[in-house]
Design a protein around this ligand. Structure first.
Ligand SMILES: [Zn+2]
Length: 467
């Protein structure tokens, strides 16, 4: 698998370099990958993890890069700030999708009713078929910025109603978060989409049988509340982000297409400061990038791939691990599942006492979780009913944010022993990386604001003058 992966990436790079040199406009097959919350440290952590895995697998061949996205020939960096300061995914999604800065919370609008047209909408008007893929839910801010317009990202039903109106050919990923609205009394968004001519597949068999022609919605069989399962927790039969992207290529690939694919849960894992889970989400996105690279290798003259992020989450930092040089891969590969799985099934207080809980935490996260005052205090806090916790105190917020105290203490301690530290449970103002390959990729080099991605994509597609 590693050798194949290496060869595939190598072949794709050669093609990418060849096309970058041609500097031609008019990309007919465009992939925009967005790692939500994916800063440089998240990419580097995943790179180091992959290197560790390769070594553990006994593969010592020299290798420039472990991640496909880090191997693309063109590199840039974008500023992510919104009109509100540190951005949220709505304002950042709007900037990437429409080329306009806006307030946090606004989805492809100015926040006061004025709509901004998205790159996906413009591409569609220009004859491109459009696919929107996300491991999050369809009404979430990042995908929504490409097909919908709303002054508030919270109006999920209103956003979901606009999905079939877009006429875009393919939507795939977690699904709708609340198909019948907040009060569950509205007409199902799935039903509405079906009535507008969308084929809807929600099983593996349904996914497999989707064939080109018409419009389609494909959702993950393991999805919960519209989220795809965590890559670290996913069952064998779940459909991966890479498979959803590959299906998009199969369905739309006859002519021009624009596919936006989002690794939507990197952000969530980083909010929770859970590096092992975030790394698997980055790798899941990277496998989707590989799928696009394979397509680029077959269509080198008119395919463009751009990989970027909307913002960084967590203020993730990598340093030398106090537990030694192998501690990082050891700890990250050892963790048995996501913070969410630990919290919901393993870490809840019962009659086991501190020792019992500590044993279960070590079972799940590894030996990086130790018996410190911090874990003891955190477990006591988890055992305290939510209404009785000092959730408003600065100290509580700093230690646990909005998360389960015991889970958070375990995750943070294990991460710190592996050399991974976090400065916040929220977004940061860090600049994020842009990587590009293929037709028109060279325009993505350098330092600029996130809004430029929109213009550069239009120019690369040769429809810059038409807008
Ligand atoms: Zn976030």
């Amino acid at each position: 698998m590693n050798l194949r992966r290496t060869l595939r990436i190598f072949a794709a790079i050669l093609f990418a370099l060849a096309c970058a040199r041609q500097a031609r406009a008019g990309a007919k097959h465009v992939f925009l990958f967005i790692g939500d919350g994916m800063g440089t440290a998240q990419r580097n952590a995943s790179e180091i993890f992959m290197a560790g895995k390769r070594t553990a697998d006994g593969d010592f061949s020299p290798r420039q890069s472990q991640l496909a996205m880090n191997s693309l020939p063109v590199a840039g960096e974008i500023g992510t700030g919104s009109l509100s300061g540190v951005t949220d995914s709505a304002a950042a999604g709007t900037a990437l999708a429409t080329g306009r800065k806006t307030k946090n919370g606004a989805v492809a609008t100015d926040g006061d009713g004025a709509k901004f047209k998205s790159i996906a909408e413009i591409a569609h008007e220009n004859g491109y078929k459009v696919g929107i893929v996300t491991s999050s839910f369809f009404e979430d801010a990042t995908p929504a910025a490409f097909y919908a317009h709303s002054d508030s990202r919270g109006r999920r039903y209103e956003i979901g109603r606009q999905l079939p109106e877009s006429g875009f050919e393919y939507f795939a990923g977690g699904g709708f978060s609340s198909p019948k609205g907040k009060d569950k009394k509205m007409r199902s968004l799935v039903e509405i989409a079906a009535s507008k001519g969308y084929r809807v597949a929600s099983t593996r068999a349904g996914f497999d049988s989707l064939s080109p022609g018409g419009r389609a919605i494909s959702t993950s069989p393991g999805a919960r509340a519209g989220y795809m399962p965590w890559a670290i927790d996913a069952a064998q039969n779940d459909i991966s982000l890479a498979e959803f992207v590959k299906k998009g290529i199969d369905l739309l690939g006859g002519g021009s297409f624009f596919i936006m694919a989002e690794g939507g849960k990197i952000d969530l894992a980083c909010h929770a400061n859970d590096a092992a889970t975030a790394i698997r989400e980055v790798i899941a996105l990277d496998e989707a990038v590989e799928t696009a690279l394979a397509f680029l290798a077959e269509h080198p003259d008119d395919t463009l791939i751009v990989v970027t992020s909307d913002h960084e989450t967590g203020g993730m930092a990598l340093s030398v691990a106090p537990d030694g040089k192998d501690a990082f891969y050891g700890a990250m590969s050892r963790q048995m599942g996501s913070y969410q799985r630990f919290e919901s099934s393993v870490g809840q207080p019962g009659a086991k006492g501190f020792e019992g809980h500590l044993a279960r935490a070590r079972d799940f996260f590894g030996d990086g979780v130790t018996e410190t005052g911090a874990t003891r205090t955190a477990l006591a806090m988890t055992a305290t009913p939510k209404k009785d916790r000092p959730v408003k105190s600065a100290q509580y917020k700093k230690l646990y944010g909005p998360y389960d105290p015991f889970t958070t203490a375990c995750v943070r301690e294990m991460n710190a022993r592996a050399g991974v530290t976090w400065s916040t449970f929220y977004h940061t103002g860090k600049r994020v990386a842009v990587s590009a390959a293929g037709a028109g990729a060279e325009a993505f080099a350098g330092e600029y604001e996130n809004t430029e991605i929109f213009r550069k994509l239009l120019d690369a597609m040769g429809i810059g003058a038409a807008r």
